[in-house]
Design a protein around this ligand. Structure first.
Ligand SMILES: Cc1ncc(C[n+]2csc(CCOP(=O)(O)OP(=O)(O)O)c2C)c(N)n1
Ligand SMILES: [Mg+2]
Length: 309
């Protein structure tokens, strides 16, 4: 399991670092919201899910798509706007999807997929299946009205859903303290009768273990559960760069998160030769994904009129 978690973390980190390098060339045709620093949330949770469990995410969805098993080449091609992309080049980085592996979609509109996830959980319950839904959203997403409506309905119907609030402390450049009268997201989940817990330091091993336990309860009909996972976005809100010069946050604030980096932590737990082998394999995979994206054809002009609502 350690190797599996490390590979998953390292793939996301290295692919996003590669995107950050390529971005200034304008080959990537969509805005990118990097998850660098936050990978462990998706990796820890998804490692404890089954293939037939499904996830819904946000525009900051690279980590979730890969952690749930989405194809790296189709993802890279999607960012390049190519016909071989996972939405045939129409969705870009913010709308990754791979229904075959249960990555049911993401949206640029904050909060929207929380309701989609609850609807899917309702369908699972109606069909009597024992799969579950994991709904990922940000601390800002918890301020949307749809968050309240969705949690209420999930609690009322005792739906098989795990809510995961990735609390990175900011919505764009505004800190949680400057946005919320009572900055306690778990308290709001509990108000609907949903058991909620705050998980500090996006510890990937803890997240994996905890999700395993909670998923078993949800499958047994225990109803919804809520994680608020404390995490930190290392790069700017959107784009490949750092943004400490903007002044809304400090490098000192980031330092403990960078020192507790889960990619480095998990890597240090492996034998050096195994770590290096995984790293080599991932570097080759990332390189191949970028070549695939680059060499893939553009969509045909007629595609402008298909699958567009
Ligand atoms: C409904 C809606 N309102 C506002 C925006 C503009 N917007 C884009 S990202 C974002 C911040 C969301 O923060 P959070 O949910 O914490 O996610 P993070 O970017 O930190 O991962 C906002 C306000 C939007 N896309 N959709
Ligand atoms: Mg946030």
């Amino acid at each position: 399991m350690l190797e599996r978690l490390y590979r998953s973390l390292y793939r996301i980190r290295r692919l996003e670092e590669a995107f950050a390098r390529v971005y200034p060339t304008d080959k990537i045709k969509s805005p990118i919201h990097l998850s660098i620093g936050q990978e462990a949330v998706s990796v820890g949770v998804c490692a404890a899910l089954r293939l037939d469990d499904v996830v819904f995410g946000t525009y900051r969805g690279h980590a979730l798509y890969l952690a749930k098993g989405g194809d790296m080449k189709a993802m890279a091609a999607e960012l390049y706007g190519k016909a071989t992309g996972c939405t045939r080049g129409k969705g870009g980085s913010m709308h990754l999807i791979s229904t075959e592996v249960g990555m049911m979609g993401a949206s640029a509109v904050v909060g929207t997929t929380i309701a989609n996830a609850v609807g899917y959980a309702y369908a699972l319950q109606y069909q009597g299946r024992d799969a579950l839904v994991a709904s990922f959203f940000g601390d800002g997403g918890s301020e949307e009205g749809v968050f309240a409506e969705s949690l209420n309905f999930a609690a009322l119907k005792c739906l098989p859903i795990l809510f995961i609030c990735e609390n990175n402390g900011y919505a764009i450049h505004t800190s949680q303290e400057r946005r919320q009268g009572r900055p306690d997201i778990c308290a709001r989940a509990r108000a609907y009768g949903i058991p909620a817990e705050r998980i500090e330091h996006n510890d990937v091993l803890y997240l994996f273990e905890r999700t395993r336990t909670v998923a078993a309860k949800i499958r047994a009909g225990g109803g919804p559960h809520f994680f608020e996972v404390m995490t930190y976005r290392w790069r700017e809100h959107v784009g490949p760069n750092n943004d400490f010069h903007l002044g809304y946050r400090t490098e000192d604030e980031a330092t403990p998160w960078i020192e507790a980096d889960q990619v480095t932590r998990l890597g240090a737990m492996l034998l050096p030769e195994r770590r290096e082998q995984i790293q080599e394999e991932v570097e080759a995979e990332v390189e191949a994904a970028l070549v695939f994206a680059e060499e893939s054809p553009e969509p045909e002009p007629a595609e402008l009129y298909t699958d567009v609502l």
